[in-house]
Design a protein around this ligand. Sequence first.
Ligand SMILES: C[S@@+](CC[C@H](N)C(=O)[O-])C[C@H]1O[C@@H](n2cnc3c(N)ncnc32)[C@H](O)[C@@H]1O
Length: 382
Amino acid sequence: MRAEHLTYEAKTNLGGFYTPKHIVNKLYETLAKFVLPDEIDALLEPNCGYGALLDHEYARKIKKVVGADIDIKAQEIAKNAFSHAKFYHINALKNVARSAYEIGDSDRLLIVANPPYNDLTSQVKNGVKKNICQIDEDIQRRDLGLSSLLGFNKLRPDFIAVLHPLSYLIKKTNFNALKPFMKNYALRSATVFNSQAFLDASKLNGFPVLIAIYQKSESGTSYEDIYHWRFDTIENDSFSLSQFDYIGKYIDKYPNKRGDRSGYLFYTMRDINALKRSRTFIDEEIANAVHISDEKLDYYCYVDIFKDYADNLPYYMGNLDIPIDDKRFGPLRESFRALSVAKHRKIFANKIKAPTPDILRLSKANVQTYFNELFNRKSNEN
Ligand SMILES: C[S@@+](CC[C@H](N)C(=O)[O-])C[C@H]1O[C@@H](n2cnc3c(N)ncnc32)[C@H](O)[C@@H]1O
């Protein structure tokens, strides 16, 4: 069920995009490989909405089931629908403690959750997002989802089955922001699906979300574990960060005030999804401008041409840095450059001659072969 009682603005602020049944089923199916309901004393869903994540046979087998939400209306609707559970109207990010949910210190606890993922600094929907709640100081982060995971850590559950953006693991700044959590919890399973599956979210840009299972563990999860992890997708694909080399190794992606000045400028690069929306070569000195040195120009042409190809890539690659095979790229530098020069006539006009139609045709073919090889490598390996 969608969050029918919420306006669009409230939905965005609360992250009120509810979970569809097939994701709930997949979550419990996966969880059951690691722990069974009779090994659990209490199940807590601290961001329950209408209770989508409580609506499963697995949950009904657990003795003590607790739901909570900061949204009193949602929590009341859940209370009417689930007679076997106890509900609380609670801000899960303030005064985090088991006692708030009347869960005993020695209870073997499972947390099941789809917390709000609200980047409080995000520009995408600026103007709509507001600070919706107070947050304990030790778990304050720039994204409510990061704070939520840190809150779960403070409750010391034995298992956590949670839906969260893939970017929480693969972006180093996010991973580092989650250190206290990652120190105590080992990732056991991670299945990727498209955020457009969430009810009401289909109009938004899709980004990869994980069905993640974590278990309390002294060894925790390191970034190295994530780098080598083989992520499965709900479409039965799989990928690993370690299967590619990335552009960040070769060029500056962010404003470099003291960089060499060839005169060419490029817009800041984040990940593939950001590149799809942003400009590449620019002709004005703005705060987000990256200065390009002469010897690196071809790498920026590579990114510029990669952008044209990016729409063909699956959603689950959206948060990756731009992949490159430097060995194969080397002999093709001129092809990439020719395509960029043709694409940005104004920017290159005074310095680089426009390629002839023949060269353009050849360059296009070369680049197409290059990308096919770069992205088919995985299917050849399987
Ligand atoms: C993505 S929805 C998920 C709802 C439900 N778990 C589901 O999967 O359908 C996130 C929920 O978190 C709730 N929420 C947001 N901030 C919260 C907070 N600080 N404490 C508790 N719940 C919060 C929202 O009201 C919303 O119901």
